[in-house]
Design a protein around this ligand. Structure first.
Ligand SMILES: [Fe+2]
Length: 419
């Protein structure tokens, strides 16, 4: 075992034992120890590499169905809590709360950390609720920063990691039984159990995935069956999977599935549809981000992936670029993200003018008139090129820009499939 973590673990154990192993006291107690003897002063990443590749460990890495971290490495293990280090290379966490208490500490790299709130409107089951998810604040975390983790919905957060690797040390209880289940939150307003798998659902969804990809027979029988008779969580994951594979199925069948789900389960399915659309958007930006290495572009793509609207995106952008015109910084970053089919606009001349008009939530006439003025002769010589009207149409529908354009009247509205 690495001596520093063994000592830290024993000190925390002694302090916590003296307050009856109360989980409520644990986060502050851990933060106090991290402040007194910070890991970054004692541990280099090479110490962890040396240890994990060495021959003597003193503990066994846990066998987990799904690894959280790339990878997670257990550093200290006690009967009531443990210390692990999480390496992140490209990973971004979902918005989630915690079924445990503790603290996390940034050992290497940096991350954008956002806090959310969730106001429950309907509790549908212990692991499913609808409500309103709202972004409360966003901050940058650097080496040496640490945050308490208070179990339940007192800390709903999300991290995305700017550097590769970004490394966090987590000191945590195993489980706070009165704060379960741990939930994952999906925009615009779904809380869903994230840690206890429904083993039957898992198997059904694997089969359904094969059917949607055309590798297995039975899609038109078993998907409608599941959508009409299944539990609402299964219905959500099935609809999400259907939406991800929407290009593989007939539009009529796609619409029928959503209509059937709504007839069977009621208007809540309209919220599920909104969540599915947002999930697909996030995945598309996530895929795009994986192809980009330029740091500014990665930062902006992360914001476009994670920030729900125009205001929150601009505020988060100012964390990195506190001086100057935020929109100019965004344009510059977008240009740096260009190429390789990621971003089809040059953002010069007419395009820049249209972009700014859209972000300022101007209407179509205002935007086109400003584009003509700003372009001047450029337009007369480009009869063969895309017209400003076409550029405007494409830009307004851009999946990438969606949060930036959240207040634009020109964003296409969302209609329920088949309505
Ligand atoms: Fe967390």
């Amino acid at each position: 075992m690495i001596e520093y973590f063994r000592r830290l673990g024993h000190q925390i154990e002694d302090a916590w034992r003296s307050c009856h192993y109360d989980e409520e006291r644990f986060p502050d107690l851990v933060c106090e120890h991290l402040r007194k003897d910070p890991p970054a002063d004692r541990i280099a990443l090479t110490d962890i590499y040396d240890w994990i590749f060495g021959s003597h460990h003193g503990l066994q890495q846990p066998q987990l169905a799904r690894l959280f971290g790339e990878p997670p490495i257990l550093l200290f293990d006690s009967s009531r809590f443990y210390i692990e280090v999480l390496f992140w290379r490209t990973g971004t966490t979902h918005i989630h709360d915690h079924g445990f208490s503790g603290a996390f500490y940034v050992l290497a790299g940096s991350s954008v950390h956002s806090h959310w709130s969730f106001e429950t409107e309907h509790r549908l089951s212990s692991s499913l609720r609808t409500g309103r998810l709202a972004l409360e604040s966003t901050e940058l975390l650097a080496v040496g920063d640490f945050k308490p983790i208070r179990s339940g919905d007192r800390l709903i957060h999300q991290l995305f990691h700017l550097d590769a690797p970004s490394v966090t040390v987590v000191v945590r209880t195993r489980q706070d039984t009165d704060r379960l289940p741990q939930l994952r939150y999906l925009y615009p307003g779904l809380g869903i159990g994230s840690t206890v798998p429904d083993t039957l659902r898992q198997r059904r969804l694997i089969l359904l995935d094969g059917m949607l990809k055309g590798e297995l027979e039975g899609l038109t029988t078993y998907l409608p069956n599941l959508l009409s008779d299944g539990d609402l969580e299964s219905v959500f994951w099935a609809l999400d999977m259907l939406n991800l594979n929407r290009n593989r199925v007939e539009r009529a069948f796609f619409n029928q599935c959503f209509q059937l789900a709504r007839r069977s389960h009621g208007p809540v399915v309209e919220l599920l549809w909104e969540v599915c659309v947002e999930q697909l958007r996030v995945r598309k930006v996530e895929q795009a981000r994986k192809r980009v290495r330029q740091p500014n572009a990665r930062f902006l793509l992360a914001l476009l992936m994670l920030m729900p609207d125009h205001g929150s995106l601009l505020r988060a952008m100012r964390l990195r670029e506190p001086e100057g015109d935020t929109l100019e910084h965004i344009e510059r970053y977008l240009k740096q993200a260009g190429g390789k089919g990621l971003w089809e606009f040059e953002l010069t001349g007419v395009e820049s003018s249209i972009f700014r008009g859209l972000i300022a939530s101007h209407d179509r006439d205002q935007i086109l008139s400003a584009a003509k003025t700003s372009a001047g002769e450029e337009l007369s010589g480009t009869a063969e090129q895309t017209s400003p009207d076409q550029i405007l149409g494409k830009m307004a529908e851009s999946v990438l820009l969606e949060p930036l354009l959240s207040e634009s009247p020109l964003r296409p509205s969302l209609t329920f499939p088949g309505d």
